[in-house]
Design a protein around this ligand. Structure first.
Ligand code: GLA
Length: 387
């Protein structure tokens, strides 16, 4: 005879199944429950039905972080090694060794490569904008130099780099074009100063001529700002209307653990709703959307920090880890919701022991990624893959 208590789970299961049945009978369509997380899946395997998962790497991290890169990521971008100054330091010198080592690593590990970034106002050597007498080059000369750079670089990587950030950061937070007259010198664009806004269309045309199979992206930051995403939309619509070959928009997504509490600070507007508005606007143009540089700083915009309250591994407590995990989670929920438009999500780094956010302001450590300084998964790692 069967032990009656052993039958209880079966009875309970039958009861639950019958109540689930009567509920679904009253609905027109029954939604199947999502498959639970399978911990044996790596990060990119977990997202296989949604989008590839990428990481920015450098010449060192393809070795020091290969323990995480090889299993968890199926796309990479070079953090600095494909920028203008790295590849084309003087007029007749192109150097590809470091970038090639990154591409070889990607090929050995079956990873896609995002090429980053052809035309940007930063990390461009001074010779690009100067004639032999030290004055600004003429617009025609700058256009010829731009064409040569784009053509040589894209041709070198043709067949190996499928996606290029062709133009990076051409729009300011208020929606105006980035000009040569911005107050801060490192915010000024010489491309715009010499060529005006046409440098953007020309860059895309040169890129397309060099590799008609490459997907060409416009990339920028703070896409959650309404004035900025509207301006990016309007610029891209104008380019598409003129037949300029643009295929996608990159949203950098350098986020913070909370929006600013100061309405005057840009990150006051760093909300899921505002970023969703950007995704919907870009997708309405028929463009692909990619998250290209995601990380999540522990520091909140508009607050003052000094050495007494810089985070350390000790003060990055469980509670702060939870807060970071929750915010990563809601943004990843948004990305999965828009997986029809979003064709890749790339983190700006691999683990917290190697992040530009800690290098940027000396002495201020940050912990913005999914893996900790010892390469162990953080709470945020578990949260983004729990759905
Ligand atoms: C911007 C650029 C990146 C990188 C980061 C900081 O987001 O697009 O290439 O330089 O700044 O590391």
């Amino acid at each position: 005879m069967q032990n009656p208590s052993a039958r209880r789970p079966l009875l309970l299961a039958l009861l639950l199944a019958s109540s689930a049945c009567s509920e679904s009978e009253s609905e027109t369509t029954a939604t199947p429950p999502p498959p639970p997380d399978d911990p044996s899946l790596s990060l990119h395997q977990r997202f296989a039905d949604y989008f590839p998962i990428g990481a920015a790497v450098d010449a060192g991290s393809i070795t020091t972080h290969s323990d995480l890169l090889a299993p968890h990521f199926n796309s990479i971008a070079a953090e600095n090694e494909m920028k203008f100054d790295a590849l084309h330091p003087s007029e007749d010198t192109f150097q590809y060794d470091t970038a090639d080592s990154i591409v070889t690593f990607a090929q050995q590990n079956s990873m896609a490569v995002r090429g980053h970034a052809l035309i940007w106002h930063r990390q461009v050597p001074a010779w690009v904008f100067q004639s032999s007498d030290g004055a600004d080059v003429t617009p025609d000369e700058l256009l010829a130099r731009m064409q040569r750079h784009i053509t040589e670089v894209i041709t070198h990587f043709r067949g190996k780099v499928g996606v290029w950030d062709v133009v990076n950061e051409a729009i300011m937070n208020d929606g105006a074009y980035r000009t040569g007259d911005e107050t801060e010198p490192d915010q000024q664009s010489k491309w715009y100063a010499i060529l005006g806004e046409r440098y953007i269309a020309e860059a895309f045309r040169f890129a397309h001529a060099a590799d008609p199979d490459a997907k060409l992206f416009y990339n920028d930051y703070y896409d959650y700002l309404p004035a900025k995403h509207q301006a990016i939309h309007d610029m891209l619509k104008g380019l598409l209307d003129q037949g300029v070959p643009v295929h996608g928009v990159g949203m950098q997504c350098h986020l913070n653990i909370a929006p600013s509490s100061d309405p005057a600070h840009q990150s006051y507007q760093q909300t899921v709703e505002n970023l969703e508005a950007a995704i919907e606007l870009y997708a309405s143009l028929g463009l692909e959307v990619q998250v290209t540089e995601m990380d999540m700083s522990l520091y909140i915009g508009g607050q003052t920090y000094d050495e007494s309250n810089f985070y350390t591994p000790e003060t990055f407590t469980d509670a702060v880890q939870e807060q970071q995990a929750d915010r990563y989670g809601v943004f990843f929920d948004l990305f999965r919701k828009h997986a029809d438009a979003i064709t890749s999500v790339t983190f700006w780094g691999v683990a917290d022991d190697n992040t530009w956010l800690s290098e940027f302001s000396s002495g201020r450590q940050d912990f913005p990624l999914l893996f900790d300084v010892n390469h162990q998964p953080k709470k945020a790692y578990y949260r983004v893959r729990t759905f």
